[in-house]
Design a protein around this ligand. Structure first.
Ligand SMILES: Nc1ncnc2c1ncn2[C@@H]1O[C@H](COP(=O)(O)OP(=O)(O)OP(=O)(O)O)[C@@H](O)[C@H]1O
Ligand SMILES: CC(C)(CO)[C@@H](O)C(=O)[O-]
Ligand code: BAL
Length: 282
C-alpha cells in the first residue's frame, strides 16, 4: 500500500490503474481510523479493483471554536489499519495542496434544503465545507464509487443530492454504523471523552432506541417524543443539541404515515459533540 501526499503523484498512479481498466473506489476520511472506517474500506474493496482512502482534516468544514487544531492526526497507525483492510492507496494531502490560495476566496459547493437543520443549523457552513471537499476529491480521484458511513446520516443525504443534482458520475454507497459493545457509535471524537463521560455516552443510542420503540408501538405525537428524549438525555448528564424525528428521504419532520423514519440526534458531553441516528422501516 502506498501513501501519496501530492496530487500530481496521485494522478500519475491512478492513470496507470485506469489504463489497465481497473475500477476505483474512494473512502474519504479525516483519519484517526477505527473499525467504522475499516468497514467502509472493506466494502469499497469488495466493490472496486482499487481502493483510495483519503485522509484530510478539511479546514473548510470546521467552524470557529471547533476542534480543527486538536483533531487527532495519527497517520502511521492509520496506514497499518488501511493496509490490512485492503486499501490500495492512501491520499493524505496537506491543506496547502488542497487549498493553495487559502480558504477565503475558494469556490464553495452549496447543497440547499437537505443541508438545513440538524447539524447544518448547529454548524453553519459545515456542509458547504463537506460538499466542496468531497467534490474536489471526486475531481482529483475520479472514482467509480465512494463509500460513506450512515453514522453521518445528514452528510450522506447531502452528498447523494449533490451527486444527483450535479450529475457527478460516482456511485454513492452507504455503509451501516459500527458500534461499541454498549451501543455507542464508533467515532474519532469518542477519544476526547473522559472515563466518566465515556460511561454516560451510550445514553445517546439508548434514547434513540427507546424512541424508536415508542414509534414502533404506535406513538404518533412526534413532537412530544422529541421533547421527552431531550429531557431524558439531559437527565443522563448530556447537553442535547437536537433530537429530531424526520422523514428519511427529505430529513423534514416526519409524519406517522411515512414509510421510512429516521431519528437524528446530537448531544454534548462536556465539550465533545456526539452524533448518532436510527432508522425505522415499517
Ligand atoms: N461508526 C461508524 N460506522 C460506520 N462509518 C463510520 C463510523 N464513524 C465514521 N464513519 C464514516 O467514516 C467516514 C469518515 O468519517 P470521519 O473521519 O469523520 O470519522 P468519525 O469517526 O465520524 O469522526 P468524527 O468523530 O470527526 O465524526 C464518514 O463517511 C463517516 O460517516
Ligand atoms: C466526508 C469527509 C471526509 C469530508 O471531509 C468528512 O466530512 C468525514 O470524515 O465524514
Ligand atoms: N464526521 C463528519 C466530519 C466532521 O464532524 O467534521
Amino acid at each position: 500500500m502506498r501513501t501519496v501526499h501530492s496530487l500530481k503523484e496521485l494522478r500519475t498512479i491512478l492513470r496507470g490503474y485506469r489504463r489497465q481498466g481497473k475500477t476505483i473506489g474512494l473512502v474519504p476520511t479525516m483519519g484517526n481510523l477505527h473499525e467504522g472506517h475499516v468497514s467502509l474500506v472493506r466494502k469499497a474493496a469488495e466493490m472496486a479493483d482499487v481502493v483510495v482512502t483519503s485522509i484530510f482534516v478539511n479546514p473548510m468544514q470546521f467552524g470557529v471554536g471547533e476542534d480543527l487544531d486538536t483533531y487527532p492526526r495519527t497517520l502511521a497507525e492509520d496506514q497499518d489499519k488501511l493496509a490490512s483492510a485492503g486499501s490500495t492507496l492512501v491520499f493524505a494531502p496537506s491543506a496547502e495542496e488542497v487549498y493553495p490560495e487559502g480558504l477565503a476566496k475558494h469556490t464553495q459547493v452549496v447543497v440547499p434544503d437537505v443541508s438545513d437543520g440538524h447539524c447544518g443549523a448547529s454548524r453553519p457552513g459545515h456542509f458547504e465545507g463537506v460538499a466542496t471537499v468531497v467534490t474536489m476529491l471526486f475531481n482529483m480521484i475520479q472514482p467509480d464509487l465512494a463509500v460513506f458511513g450512515e453514522k453521518d446520516f445528514q452528510q450522506l443525504a447531502v452528498i447523494r443530492k449533490m451527486v444527483r443534482d450535479l450529475m457527478m458520475p460516482v456511485d454513492v454507497v452507504g455503509a451501516p454504523t459500527i458500534r461499541e459493545d454498549d451501543g455507542l457509535a464508533k467515532s474519532s471524537r469518542n477519544g476526547y471523552l473522559s472515563a466518566e463521560e465515556r460511561e454516560m455516552a451510550p445514553a445517546v443510542y439508548q434514547t434513540l432506541q427507546a424512541t424508536a420503540q415508542k414509534i414502533t408501538e404506535g406513538h404518533t405525537d412526534f413532537q412530544a417524543l422529541e421533547s421527552e428524549a431531550m429531557q431524558s438525555l439531559a437527565r443522563a448528564g448530556l447537553r442535547p443539541d437536537y433530537f429530531n424525528i424526520v422523514n428519511s428521504e427529505t430529513l423534514k419532520p416526519a409524519s406517522p404515515e411515512d414509510p421510512e423514519i429516521t431519528i437524528l440526534a446530537a448531544a454534548f458531553l462536556g465539550t465533545t459533540r456526539l452524533i448518532d441516528n436510527l432508522s425505522i422501516t415499517r
